[in-house]
Design a protein around this ligand. Structure first.
Ligand SMILES: [Zn+2]
Length: 278
């Protein structure tokens, strides 16, 4: 199964670096919105959504959801404000909106023990009731949601999955996904790996930092108070007494450093990305 005559592992790594010195992955190098960082992505949105939308539906069917409350309505309002602001921003620039193919959905999970929130690729968002005291107000909630939305806009899951598949699944990922050969037992296993390796692992440090920055931009565009971005992290630290772990911390490391960065970015982001008129 190892097609070392087609491509060596060294070339894989070379391609992964996205320097595009090799032509093999030239078409897989994309640029992250706003940040401009080069990323590797061999997965189409359609492919990814075909996996994540059913997973979201499944999650919903198994969860205790809160609807019809003020808190739930706030989440939906904030979500649509951010969605609209992103749309207007790209329309004003005459550029393609990276959320055009999103199918936005927002749920509030009735789970006070879980201090967490996430956004699946394609704009499928979940907020757990446990994080609401830390969000504290609508600006804080907007900060958390904008950060999660940023991961989806920046295609971080696809990037993570692409890297995992290229590095760990090796050449048969290449065979299945790049050469487009027929479905084999191995490629079915690969989809399992995609879920495990790509979609369920924490985001890495550079993706986290990028989501913090993009999240700040989205907050500013949709006219929320960007100061809350770091105040949320301070409240999160306080809630944990400085030593505890939460689900959110397990996937969102180094709060101290990100607080510092957010404070540094706020003046520049406020100036460069003022609120859009909706
Ligand atoms: Zn994150």
């Amino acid at each position: 199964m190892i097609h070392s005559h087609i491509i060596s592992r060294r070339n894989f790594i070379w391609g992964l670096s996205c320097t595009c010195g090799s032509t093999i992955f030239l078409t897989s190098c994309t640029e992250v919105e706003i940040s401009g960082r080069k990323q590797i992505n061999i997965l189409s949105d359609d492919f990814l959504y075909s996996k994540t939308f059913p997973a979201y539906d499944n999650f919903k069917s198994k969860s205790n959801l809160i609807t019809g409350t003020e808190e739930y309505n706030n989440i939906v309002d904030i979500g649509f404000n951010i969605k609209d602001a992103i749309g207007v921003y790209y329309a004003n620039k005459g550029e393609k909106n990276p959320t055009d193919n999103f199918q936005w959905e927002f749920i509030l999970v009735n789970d006070d023990q879980t201090k967490n929130a996430w956004c699946m690729p394609g704009g499928k968002i979940a907020v757990y009731s446990g994080i609401l005291p830390i969000a504290k107000n609508n600006d804080g909630l907007a900060s958390i949601m904008a950060h999660e939305i940023a991961h989806a806009v920046a295609r971080h899951s696809a990037e993570r999955a692409s890297r995992a598949m290229l590095m760990d699944a090796g050449t048969y990922a290449f065979e299945r996904l790049v050469l487009g050969t027929s479905m084999t037992r191995h490629s079915r296993q690969l989809y399992g790996q995609l879920r495990q390796l790509g979609l369920e692992l924490p985001f890495n440090r550079s993706q986290e930092s990028e989501a913090d920055y993009l999240g700040l931009v989205f907050m500013s565009l949709s006219n929320y108070n960007t100061q809350e971005s770091y105040l949320v992290w301070e409240r999160m630290q306080e809630a944990m007494g400085g030593s505890g772990q939460t689900e959110f911390f397990s996937t969102h490391p180094s709060p101290k450093n990100r607080i510092k960065k957010l404070k540094e970015w706020i003046p520049q982001v406020s100036k460069q990305y003022p609120p859009v008129k909706i």
